[in-house]
Design a protein around this ligand. Structure first.
Ligand SMILES: [Zn+2]
Length: 290
């Protein structure tokens, strides 16, 4: 685990809805290891995540949290939200890139703290409710969490003047979702996409996979849609990128976002995903022929 900056030390005066005392809480944050400083990326979108990259979208009527990371990232994310000057209890809605443990394992704890409405799409909602990973790779399970709203492709989440639209990108998990919104900065409006997931993990069985029987068709559909989509101005990753890329200086974003924003762009990611999936399919054909 790479340590990219000094870990936050909590102010004793800072009161937060944590089940731990100050010392234990700090220990847990230290244990989370990777503690990127939280910062505003653009408009009302903030980076609050550590290792797996969580984003906070703020509004005058409460906030939306995108991805909660693994369970051991919980204290860090809570601390980062507070360091930005927001109250974690104002988080009203929780959304996710996809239902793998490293993005949603912290949902249950965050829901206990915030009482936020959990929103998820199709098969990812099933995974969250059951706590069982139902993606093609079958990664580790996580604490179940009640899903308050099950959405479909194209549905929106709206709060305090901000709207996010869900684009179903099933394949990496059954209900992987690319969330799309706009952000205002310097009098201009930018389209922003939060990466969901594109292709299954390496090694995931593609043929007769009982966890996700339609994984191949879903992935092909996802890749087709991504290729046809108008590229967003900003494309935020669901994992911090190391080493970070150089940012386009014309973009009005915090330079620290070099770890969370793909400066080389959308088309490169889609092309890479297509090539990767073709290779996986060739491997699957080889298995079938044997
Ligand atoms: Zn994943």
């Amino acid at each position: 685990m790479r340590l990219i900056c000094a870990v936050a030390v909590l102010s004793a005066a800072m009161v937060s809805p944590s089940p731990y005392g100050a010392a234990e809480r700090e220990e847990r944050i230290q244990a989370a290891g990777e503690a990127a400083e939280p910062f505003r990326i653009i408009g009302n979108i903030y980076y609050v995540g550590g290792q797996y990259g969580s984003y906070l979208i703020t509004t005058p009527e409460g906030h939306i949290l995108h991805d909660t990371g693994s369970a051991d990232m919980h204290e860090l994310i809570v601390s980062n939200v507070e360091r930005l000057g927001f109250d974690v209890r104002d988080i009203r809605i929780m959304i996710s890139s996809h239902a793998h443990w490293d993005h949603v394992e912290g949902h249950a704890a965050m829901k206990r703290v915030t009482g936020a409405q959990v929103v998820a799409l199709g098969g990812d909602a099933v995974a969250l409710q059951s706590g069982r990973d139902n993606s093609a790779i079958g990664a580790r399970n996580f604490e179940p969490v009640t899903v308050d709203r099950v959405i479909e492709d194209g549905d929106t989440v709206a709060l305090g003047g901000t709207m996010l639209r869900a684009l179903w990108t099933g394949g990496h998990t059954q209900g992987a979702t690319m969330w799309m919104t706009t952000a205002e900065e310097g009098g201009d409006t930018y389209s922003v996409a939060f990466r969901g997931g594109e292709i299954p993990n390496q090694g995931a069985p593609l043929v007769d996979n009982p966890r996700h029987p339609t994984v191949v068709a879903d992935t092909q559909r996802t890749l087709r849609r991504l290729r046809e989509l108008e590229p967003p101005d900003l494309f935020l990753h669901n994992h911090a990128r190391y080493p970070s890329r150089e940012l386009d200086p014309a973009l009005p974003v915090d330079p620290r976002c070099a770890t969370c924003l793909d400066a080389e762009g959308w088309s490169r990611l889609v092309a890479g995903a297509e090539a990767g999936f073709e290779e996986m399919l060739r491997g699957a054909e080889g298995q079938r022929d044997r």
